[in-house]
Design a protein. Sequence first.
Length: 487
Amino acid sequence: MNSSRLRVLFVTSEAYPLVKTGGLGDVCYALPNALRQLDVDVRLLLPGYSEVLERLSLVEVHDSINVYPLLEPIRLLVGIMPGEITPVYVIDCPSLYQRDGGPYQDITGKDWDDNAVRFGVLSKIAALFGEHRFLFKPQIIHCNDWQTAITPAWLAFSDQAHAKTIMSVHNMAYQGIFEAETVGRIGLPPESFNMFGLEFYGKLSFLKAGIYYANQITTVSPNYAKDIQTPNYGCGLNTLLTERQYKLTGILNGIDSKVWNPETDIYLNRNYSVRNISAKVRNTQALRNKLNLANSKQVPLIGMITRLTEQKGIDLVIPIIPMLIKTGVQIAILGSGDKTLEMHLQRLEARYPKQVSVTIGYDEQLSHKIEAGANMFLMPSKFEPCGLNQMYSMSYGTIPIVRRTGGLADTVTDATPENIQNKIATGFIFERSNANELLHCIERAVKIFHNKEIWKQLQITGMTRDFSWQKSAKQYISLYHHSINTI
């Protein structure tokens, strides 16, 4: 091991392409790769879900790790991320991770009853790395979201801690809140359970633990770092975040240009670039054919790839779909979530089969086809920590329509007359979380869609924006060094 290289353990509950439920999986694949390109010795730590064990060639590096008295001994395995050079440590504990269902929920969509233990173990193994119990001795433990957020607490109560901790908050709305007795179940000291620690309105909050005890806190966009210090977006932790603002940094996510690049994307019917945007139309035609939508070059096709929840603003979209259809718009939606919202969308698809397509579930290939084939991409989120799809969209010459919040406000430049004239506009923004405002914003976009000269300029401006991870990775490296050098 080269002792002069910065050593980072990147702890996460998911990472593409091994396991992914959303943007967290993309980030936890792309950021470590970008850090390694900048000569950081970064390695991942993941739970040993069945799909992870199946996709990796693994060797044992440690056996018989006893974490909890009633839990089987754990093995620590290591492999290499598919197609990359990033090492990944895997926690092999079949009773916790090898189950039918997803990382967080069973096949019925219900949270696993023992999630506190499942992710308590993930955090505990990360803390053991931070105590330098294993061959790899990281200087930084980089934790991601609530599933890893107990790690800073364990290290704060350890007299053998050798690593500093970074707590990255990807979404404040998910905090990992459990009953008070969970503190004892996962082995944290009783004195940690108070308002100046883990306690959150009488319960245990994993995320509060990470925010309270971490050496540094990051969020995934500068604007979201400000948002979460307010009552509207802080989810009950805004006061703590304001007190910790001296540790809080907003670093905008990037996108993986190897995975999301219309020039090389393996899922597209026709590759294209900013030099031949006209070839994009072939993908639009192919998407319409695949989804059985009516073929018409004069009708803009709007794409959405989203969790079907109110947070993502889908409740604003549903009531205006009939009005959008009347104005000559098609819409293709991919996602899953709230069963009532799914049902409303499926009814609209049945009512307008040639104008509305709804695909329930997750489909990586269809995601790429929608990004390339849609003319516009809709993200009417009530809040959005960063958002990746608006950046994917701009890279694909697909014009985003977004609400001014979080990372959407940081990345999209509204197509006002002034911004269009100055050639800096990349999309369309509306202010309030209101169906009528959303409708007017879409109507504004449709009007400009029919002005081919302006529309092409919006595409070119978006496609030439640099959303690569290099800039963000350098900011993280600076933060790592600051943490190591701060007492």
